[in-house]
Design a binder for this molecule. Structure first.
Ligand code: SF4
Length: 78
């Protein structure tokens, strides 16, 4: 049984299509600079180019989050 890790009360919900997991609401890999996951866009507000990952949901997949937690556990000295 998979544990539900979605914040249905979030005002941005659902922030990405295929959202499965809100654990890493802000991506720990930002900006990943991987062209297959995002791209630079011009921000009118900031008046400069910023990395956009609006179409990426990699970090919102449960399998990805589970892998990140596994890596943290394996590489953290207790
Ligand atoms: S990932 Fe963050 S912004 Fe997206 S629905 Fe979950 S809590 Fe809201």
């Amino acid at each position: 049984m998979q544990i539900k890790r979605i914040n249905h009360l979030c005002s941005a919900y659902p922030c990405h299509s295929g959202l499965e997991d809100c654990t890493f609401c802000y991506c720990p890999f930002y900006p990943c600079l991987k062209a297959e996951l995002g791209s630079y866009i011009y921000s009118e507000n900031l008046k400069k180019e910023v990395w956009s990952c609006e179409n990426c949901n990699v970090v919102h997949k449960q399998k990805t989050v589970d892998k990140i937690f596994k890596l943290i556990r394996e590489n953290t000295a207790l």
